[in-house]
Design a protein around this ligand. Sequence first.
Ligand SMILES: Cc1cc2nc3c(=O)[nH]c(=O)nc-3n(C[C@H](O)[C@H](O)[C@H](O)COP(=O)(O)O)c2cc1C
Length: 343
Amino acid sequence: MKTLDKLTVPVIQGGMGVGISLGGLAGAVAREGGMGVISTANIGFREPDFWQNAEEAGRRALRKEIEKAREIAGGNGLIAINAMVATTNFADMVKLACECGIDAIISGAGLPLELPELTAGSDVLIAPIVSSGRAAKTLKRMWGKRHDHEPDFFVVEGSQAGGHLGFAQEDVENGSALPLMDIVADVVQEADKIPVFAAGSIFDGADIRKALAAGAKGVQIATRFIACEECDASQGFKDVILGASDEDVMILKSPVGMPGRGLRTPLMKKVAAGQRFAPETCIGCIHTCNPAETPYCINRALIEGYNGNYEEGLFFCGSNVGRINKMTTVKALMEELSSEWSK
Ligand SMILES: Cc1cc2nc3c(=O)[nH]c(=O)nc-3n(C[C@H](O)[C@H](O)[C@H](O)COP(=O)(O)O)c2cc1C
């Protein structure tokens, strides 16, 4: 029976697509006693047949990355996938990860109402990402009614997180979204005894202590892990993140239909100014994306980001990106967080 007991440090490394958190980073975090998370977002992008056969490429890559993470982790910590409801291969990735014996599935970018059905018969831990107490309540009620299943834990993502945000664009832009710790307290109340992890701009041990004081069991951290040697992104991606300041961060409109936080790159500036970049090839990866109308292909932009192409790439990041200015290792970062948090 899988449990959270193997987490010796209360840190989940947030899933980062495309290709930013794969088996290398996830394995390194698990080895240090945390939960390492492989992003399934277009995970097959480095396979030679990706643009012709994305589904099969994705399956092959997911198997490889889980195996790699396991080897690196050496039996420590937990290994999870992050699969987004908005992606068209969501069910496929979830089922395959269960077959591979993954420890946990974390799922957001939409409410994963059918997740328990997809994981039925496996002892995998399943966790929705929510951004309000109301969403946690709805999810719990629906899973109870439809599947007689409770979440094994919740990830609460606040408005300062990187990537897609579960808030209205204007609430993020004008700062009227509830502060993370208030949402954590609301979700803790709805969750009853279900463990809650706080995410979005968690930077150091003091932030972890704040989350624990609000009732969380731990935290999910993403952006800080980008500046680690073990992070699966190219050094070009990492250098762009290392060089970014607070002024470079923007709230962008994503073809996923949610606002997102990332860097104001030349591509994002042009898109914000109304320019359109029609996709060259569409693999149909996002349910809500219409290739005939989308202002840009998010898959292509994220892959360019992964490669460190500042001009044409999309670089998701949390609001604390400006505080990250040197490379480190997962071991050093986990030790730093643990020592600060347990002081
Ligand atoms: C580069 C990047 C890619 C991300 N990709 C995903 C993703 O594929 N799925 C997802 O649920 N969240 C994604 N996120 C959100 C993170 O998992 C995490 O919850 C959030 O960034 C936490 O805030 P922090 O980065 O300030 O620590 C991404 C974040 C970043 C920075």
